[in-house]
Write a protein that binds this ligand. Structure first.
Ligand SMILES: [Zn+2]
Ligand SMILES: [Zn+2]
Length: 131
């Protein structure tokens, strides 16, 4: 959290103080927020913004903004590995199906070839007996 500071008075993040995050992404300390009471605008960008106290009670997607970057990457890698495992399982299942169908196809191809030969042979036999 070495990069967290009040965007208004520039005081660096310290555990003993409260900090607030606006919808707009600006962070303001409790002292600056109290000077802004009743005002629904962000002190920095003047956009209408509701603020949220930085705490462990923030929703996880907001908390993630404050995670050390290595943890974010680690989490991304976990997600990638998980999704990739399922993709590979799907490919494996498709390959099993493909191999089964290929075997069936080759079996039927050989059977058809044999039947064609038999058909040809019988036609010839019929011609001989007709003549
Ligand atoms: Zn401040
Ligand atoms: Zn703002």
């Amino acid at each position: 959290m070495d990069w967290v500071f009040c965007n208004k008075c520039s005081i660096k993040f310290q555990q003993s103080m409260k900090y607030y995050l606006g919808d707009c992404g600006h962070i303001v300390c409790e002292r600056c927020v109290s000077s802004n009471t009743g005002n629904q605008q962000c002190l920095i960008c003047k956009e209408p913004a509701s603020t949220l106290e930085l705490s462990k009670l923030m929703n996880p997607s907001m908390q993630m903004l404050f995670w050390p970057f290595e943890n974010v990457i680690e989490q991304c890698y976990k997600v990638f590995k998980f999704q990739n495992m399922h993709r590979n399982l799907y490919v494996e299942a498709l390959m099993t199906k493909y191999n089964f169908l290929k075997k069936e196809y080759l079996k039927n191809y050989a059977k058809t070839k044999m039947l064609r030969k038999e058909n040809h042979f019988m036609k010839e036999k019929l011609q001989v007996s007709n003549n």
